[in-house]
Design a protein around this ligand. Structure first.
Ligand code: EPU
Length: 296
C-alpha cells in the first residue's frame, strides 16, 4: 500500500519519527510509522491499518519508563495522547494519555511523571501509595476481538509494579479511579502536604537529569537493604559510565543520559549492574523500565 494513499485516511501519520523525542531518556531510533492518538476511538482503525500493512504495532504513552532500540521500530508506534479527565467528587475518569499530575488535585501520586496508561500498567507508586489503592476499573480495547470492555478492580491483578496488562495485549483506554477506596491510614497521602513531601523527596533523593525513574524493580519491595538502589550503591557502581549512559551518582537505581547516550550503552550498563549485584549479593535484579526489543 502506498504511503500517500494511507496518509489520506490518516493525515497525522508520521514516517521515520525519532522515538528519542517521545521518551524521558531521550534515546531510541526512528519508528517507521508513528501516530499520536488524541481521540481514543482512533485506535481500532490504527490496529486494522497495522494488520493491513502487515506491520507490528506497539503502544506507548508518555515514554517515562521505556527504552526503545537504537535501530528503531520497523512497525507502527501508536502513542496514546488522549488526555481527557473528568472529576466528579471522589470519582475520576482519565484517558490513558492524561498525565498523572492532572488526575488528583494534590497528593503524592501527583508527583509521578508518567501517564495514566503507563501508571496503571506498572501499578506506579510513590511514598506508600500506588495506583492499586485508588483504581476502580479500567476500560480496555482488545485488539484481537476489536471489543471494548471494562476490567473491574478485582481483575487487574495488581501487585508491586505489576498488573495483568504486562501479560495481556489489551490496550488501556481509560482508568476509572475512586479516591474513596483509599484506606483511612492512606488518606493523608492524597493531601497537599503529601504532594509537597513527594516533590521534596524527589528533589533531594532523585537526579534531575534525563532518566526513566527507577531502572530496576526492588527485588524485595519496601526493605531498605534489599532495594535496588541500596544494592547498586553498596556494589560501588554509582557514577559508573559507558559513553553517555551513567548510573546516577545521586541514586544508584537511576540511569541517566548525559547527552548522547544510546540504548546499547544503557543495556551494557544494566548488564554490568545485574552481574555485579548477583556476584556480590546473590540477588537477580529485574528491569522496571520496559525494554523494547526490535520486532523479529
Ligand atoms: N539508597 C542508597 N543508595 C542509593 C539509593 C538508595 O543507599 O544510591 C537507599 C536509600 O537510602 C533507601 C533505600 O535505598 O533507604 C531505598 O531508596 P529510596 O528511598 O530512594 O526508594 P527506592 O526504593 O529506590 C522507590 C520507587 C520509586 C519511588 C520511591 C519513593 C521502586 C523501584 N522505586 O524507590 O519509584 O519514587 O520509592 O516512594 O519501587 C519508579 O518506580 O520509577 C520510582 C522512581
Amino acid at each position: 500500500m502506498n504511503i500517500s494513499t494511507i496518509k489520506r485516511d490518516f493525515p497525522k501519520l508520521r514516517e521515520n519519527e525519532p522515538l528519542a523525542r517521545h521518551t524521558t531518556f531521550r534515546v531510541g531510533g526512528p519508528a517507521r510509522l508513528f501516530y499520536e492518538v488524541t481521540e481514543i476511538d482512533e485506535i481500532p482503525a490504527l490496529i486494522a491499518l497495522a494488520g493491513r500493512l502487515e506491520l507490528p504495532y506497539l503502544i506507548c504513552g508518555g515514554g517515562s519508563n521505556v527504552l526503545f532500540p537504537d535501530e528503531g521500530i520497523d512497525g507502527l508506534v501508536i502513542k496514546i495522547a488522549a488526555k481527557d479527565v473528568r472529576i466528579d467528587g471522589p470519582r475520576v475518569t482519565a484517558e490513558a494519555g492524561a498525565v498523572m499530575a492532572t488526575i488528583v488535585p494534590f497528593g503524592a501520586l501527583r508527583s509521578i511523571p508518567g501517564t495514566v496508561g503507563g501508571a496503571i500498567r506498572g501499578n506506579a507508586g510513590v511514598l506508600g501509595i500506588e495506583i492499586a489503592d485508588i483504581i476502580h476499573s479500567v476500560s480496555v480495547f482488545d485488539p484481537v476481538t476489536y471489543q471494548t470492555r471494562t476490567r473491574a478492580r478485582d481483575h487487574l491483578e495488581m501487585s508491586y509494579r505489576n498488573s495483568c496488562f504486562k501479560r495481556t495485549n489489551e490496550i488501556i483506554l481509560k482508568g476509572f479511579f475512586d479516591l474513596s477506596l483509599l484506606s483511612r491510614d492512606k488518606c493523608e497521602l492524597l493531601s497537599a502536604c503529601a504532594f509537597a513531601e513527594a516533590m521534596k523527596f524527589r528533589r533531594e533523593k532523585q537526579p534531575a537529569a534525563l532518566s526513566a525513574g527507577s531502572f530496576f524493580k526492588n527485588p524485595v519491595p519496601y526493605v531498605r537493604e534489599k532495594s535496588a538502589g541500596y544494592l547498586i550503591d553498596r556494589a560501588g557502581l554509582k557514577g559508573s559510565r559507558i559513553g553517555d549512559a551513567q548510573i546516577s551518582d545521586v541514586h544508584g537505581n537511576f540511569f541517566v543520559n548525559l547527552g548522547k547516550a544510546t540504548t546499547r550503552e544503557m543495556l551494557e550498563l544494566a548488564a554490568i549492574v545485574k552481574r555485579e549485584v548477583h556476584k556480590r549479593f546473590g540477588i537477580d535484579l529485574e528491569e522496571e523500565v520496559q525494554i523494547i526489543r526490535p520486532p523479529a
